[in-house]
Design a protein around this ligand. Structure first.
Ligand SMILES: *Cc1c(COP(=O)(O)O)cnc(C)c1O
Length: 430
């Protein structure tokens, strides 16, 4: 899908996938606000429906604005292709859908976005799928959890909510040895800070709602395929390797090679699950990505300053930011996300649950919202909100215990953020 020459990241975040509009010469990618596309003639329509020719049929499957975003994210991640969807959670279901069937399981990290814990531990059971939760710092435990019915391994690169760094190379080795795809949620890092495919990931998923769009305007998701997994190496992935009855016995892996998973995502996933991204959302996300590297650099430098200040403050018990030299994950930063550990971390307030609630109420610049990856600084007390549905044990395992607050550091003036935290900590611990 990506035929771009090897330009630098800052160039690709603006140009990859886009070209002047062939109809008008418009320099900016137009919002193709259309549901359907006129066929040249009946033969053209038949070829499109047979997947013999690539083109636009109906916007539940493909749309030119969304296609530019797909190619841009695929290029930035170093993947072969990508499929955008209506949200990050939709992307996770879309990523698993071609791999799973009733009775099959996915081995997942305990350190995940709260909604993902619920999706994986509860909701996927309705499809007859299940998830096994494992501490991904324990590589032997991942290998031990994999059984004959396991179809994928799933983790986050920079993991919610603590900003922990997963040793992707080590996890990929385990998945590879078992002949399984590794799916990495790269939402918190973005391809500017971390490129999971270079560490052995098969698939990368995103909530584009967060840093990729960057300013809290639209929800969206994306599944990127590395194009490197051999779906026909075993009989575990018949959706991709065996004849597909809905397309006259076509075999995706044989017909589309490195684009098999991407074509399956469009021709089966979007066609039948309908979790489609709309062109307006794609437009906002394309606008966001144009400045991704500038924003991520500032998120990181702000987070480093705020985390260092918090760590020294006597009203704070500990700070989890992997960018701090004191973090047990610090030595993974240079290898996994060399441009920085992101803008997301937790800290524990002396006084526990009650102090956290008071702190959240007293902050003025920080907004109390269930979101992250915004230009604005955001705060949430995970135990009373995003991780509320979890058991106390699940909360602790996820790094979202009752005495910790999660912050997503924005790109404001760092001195103002520190002053705001200072006054709120005084009120919270008075
Ligand atoms: C927000 C988020 C999701 C879910 O994405 P939505 O766009 O809200 O559906 C998944 N993973 C991570 C790491 C997230 O931050």
């Amino acid at each position: 899908m990506s035929d771009q020459p090897l330009y630098g990241f800052d160039t690709l975040q603006i140009h990859a996938g886009a070209r002047p509009d062939p109809a008008t010469g418009a320099r900016q990618t137009p919002i193709y606000q259309t549901t359907a596309y006129v066929f040249r003639d009946a033969d053209h329509a038949a070829a499109l429906f047979n997947l013999q020719e690539v083109g636009y049929i109906y916007s539940r499957l493909t749309n030119p604005t969304v296609a530019v975003l797909q190619e841009r994210i695929a290029t930035l991640e170093g993947g072969a292709g990508a499929v955008c969807c209506s949200s990050g959670h939709a992307a996770q279901i879309m990523a698993l859908f071609p791999l799973m069937s009733p009775g099959k399981n996915v081995v997942v990290s305990t350190r995940l976005y709260g909604g993902t814990v619920t999706q994986m531990s509860q909701t996927i059971k309705r499809f007859g799928w299940s998830a096994k939760f494992v501490d991904f710092d324990d590589v032997a435990a991942i290998a031990a959890a994999i059984d004959d019915d396991t179809r994928a391994v799933f983790c986050e690169s920079v993991a919610n909510p603590g900003g922990y760094i997963t040793d992707l190379d080590a996890v990929a080795k385990v998945a590879d040895k078992a002949g399984l795809p590794l799916i990495v949620d790269n939402t918190s890092a973005t391809p500017y800070l971390c490129r999971p495919i270079e560490h052995g990931a098969t698939l990368v998923v995103h909530s584009t709602t967060k840093y990729l769009t960057g300013n809290g305007t639209v929800t969206g998701g994306c599944v990127v395929d590395s194009g490197r997994f051999d779906w026909s190496a075993s009989d575990k992935f018949p959706s991709l390797s065996a004849p597909e009855p809905a397309y006259h016995g076509l075999k995706f892996a044989e017909t589309f090679g490195p684009l098999a998973y991407t074509f399956h995502g469009i021709a089966i996933g979007l066609r039948d699950l309908g979790m489609t991204m709309n062109p307006q959302a794609a437009h906002y996300t394309l606008m966001g990505i144009e400045t991704l590297s500038l924003r991520m650099g500032k998120h990181v430098s702000n987070a480093e300053k705020v985390a260092a200040w918090l760590e020294k403050d006597p009203r704070v018990d500990y700070v989890t930011y992997a960018g701090l030299p004191s973090s047990p994950y610090h030595d993974r930063v240079a290898r996994i996300c060399p441009k920085g550990a992101g803008g997301l971390f937790t800290f524990a307030v002396k006084g526990g649950y009650d102090s956290c609630v008071k702190l959240v109420n007293a902050l003025e610049i920080f907004s109390h919202v269930a979101n992250l990856g915004d230009t604005r600084s955001l705060v949430i007390h995970s135990a009373s909100t995003t991780h509320r549905q979890l058991t106390p044990e699940q909360q602790e395992a996820a790094g979202a215990g009752p005495s910790v607050v999660r912050i997503s550091i924005g790109i404001e003036d760092p001195d103002d953020l520190i002053a705001d935290l200072d006054q709120a900590l005084s009120k919270a611990t008075a």
